[in-house]
Design a protein around this ligand. Structure first.
Ligand code: SF4
Ligand code: SF4
Length: 444
């Protein structure tokens, strides 16, 4: 018996180690004595038996284990590729001018401002693509996202209603990713179909004084009061609402004040409301991201630890740790995100994109859906990017946790998506894992 090729031992406390095996799906919290038995430095029959039963010790050769893993990978792919997720960029036009917007250059376009709104014909063609994959038996549960630019501008109404109508006919749900400015104009319409609305997502950049410095209208005015009013309208109609709080080094200190505001409005007791944090550090955003993601996420975790954030705030634990700590199931991460499995985003110009941050950059398009559906060579690159085909990642001990990192970040940094991007793994190692350990394992 010897150590499995797929073991990973991570120190999480003075004498506590997380032991994973990506092939068997086992995960255990062990002490240094168990690690010594694993490594053949100590003999203990009972522990050895346990380690064999969990797949940490094996009689298989590396070649046999690798071929088991390949088989497992193929099975996982079959399910993941069926989990299609669709989005529509209704228009690239937006009514705000946030300084960090990662779509700023896309909105300007190469030959003038891109203000086109997706038309009926393109919407119909996009749904033909959706029908095509549905007929192949793909998963219909994931909601169709309305995205932009800003999807809910008054001039987009016809497109928004036509997409929702098409989605409902196909028994699909809709989610709306909006800046919230015109939610009041759409609220009665959305309420009419409230059972078909998965959620409405609105972003805040902190309490009023901070938010109004950054989330500004094109004429430079603050938007906080209007957005808050509109979120209240959505909640009053009983529509599930998700607030995305954008954080970076310039506003992280204002989180407690925002929480105070939310509590004052009794939002934490709204069962239709949830909040989560996101950073403004899109690899292609304009400003505000010259800081370490590790530092920001450490700060956010401290707010959790101080008990400042209650259950309406999703915890900053990423897949697969959420499964591991909450559901006690460990599954390896072969891909960083669903840009490599089932995500397709349709834009007003007939192009298909694989990733939310890549929309509008035609060199990253994976094909067209109008005038007819055709995937291009880049599609193969996006859909086959896994830890097995990235040179840097193939031998990395963290590969089954990391999945190769964000392809879009790799593109911005290296000019190709076929490179590993270690940034998120740094956050996982230095922030998420210690946080999850303290929260779920140490106390249990
Ligand atoms: S992106 Fe970096 S950390 Fe992630 S698997 Fe590849 S080499 Fe490892
Ligand atoms: S490639 Fe990166 S930016 Fe694009 S959807 Fe995936 S994680 Fe997000």
């Amino acid at each position: 018996m010897h150590e499995s090729h797929y073991n990973l031992v991570m120190k999480v406390d003075t004498d506590a180690f997380l032991l994973f095996n990506s092939l068997s799906g086992s995960a255990d919290l062990v002490d240094s004595a168990v690690v010594k038995v694993l490594r053949g430095q100590l003999i203990n029959d009972r522990v050895e038996k346990y380690l064999i039963s969990r797949g940490y010790l094996t009689s298989k050769t590396i070649i046999e284990e690798k071929s088991d893993m390949k088989r497992f990978f193929t099975e996982v792919c079959q399910t993941l590729f069926k989990n299609k997720e669709y989005g529509f960029v209704i228009t690239y036009k937006c009514n705000l001018a946030c300084p960090y917007c990662f779509e700023a250059s896309v909105k300007e376009g190469i030959v003038g401002k891109r203000t086109t709104v997706i038309d009926d014909r393109r919407i119909e063609k996009a749904f033909e693509v959706i029908d095509f994959f549905d007929d192949l038996g793909d998963n219909k549960k994931i909601s169709i996202k309305l995205y932009g630019g800003e999807p809910l501008m008054p001039e987009n109404r016809r497109a928004v209603e036509y997409i929702i109508k098409n989605a409902i006919t196909r028994d699909r749900k809709i989610a709306v990713i909006t800046n919230g400015i015109y939610l009041n104009e759409y609220i009665d319409y959305l309420a009419k179909y409230k059972d078909r609305i998965d959620f409405v997502q609105v972003s805040l950049d902190g309490p009023k004084n901070e938010h109004d410095k950054r989330r500004v209208s094109i004429s430079g005015n603050g938007t906080f009061d209007r957005i808050i009013h509109n979120i209240e309208l959505v909640l009053l109609k009983g529509i599930k609402t998700s607030i995305r709080i954008l954080v970076d080094s310039e506003n992280e200190h204002t989180i407690p004040e925002l929480i105070k505001f939310l509590k004052y409005h009794n939002w934490p007791n709204q069962d239709k409301l949830s909040c989560f944090f996101a950073s403004t550090s899109a690899p292609n955003s304009n400003t505000l991201h010259n800081y370490s993601k590790v530092a920001i996420w450490k700060k956010i975790c401290q707010y959790y630890e101080k008990g400042l954030l209650n259950e309406i705030f999703s915890e900053p634990i990423v897949y697969p740790f959420k499964d591991l700590f909450i559901n006690k199931v460990w599954s390896p991460r072969f891909f960083a995100c669903n840009a490599h499995t089932g995500l397709m985003i349709f834009d007003p110009y007939g192009m298909i994109y694989p990733c939310w941050k890549a929309v509008g950059q035609s060199e990253l398009s994976i094909g067209r859906f109008y005038p007819s559906f055709k995937l291009n060579k880049a599609s193969k690159r996006w859909k086959s990017r896994s830890v097995f085909m990235l040179k840097k990642c193939a031998g990395c001990e963290f590969s089954a946790i990391c999945g190769g990192g964000c392809a879009y970040s790799a593109y911005v940094k290296h000019g190709t998506i076929l490179e590993g991007s270690c940034e998120e793994m740094e956050v996982i190692k230095n922030v998420y894992l210690p946080f999850a350990y303290q929260r779920y394992l140490k106390k249990s």
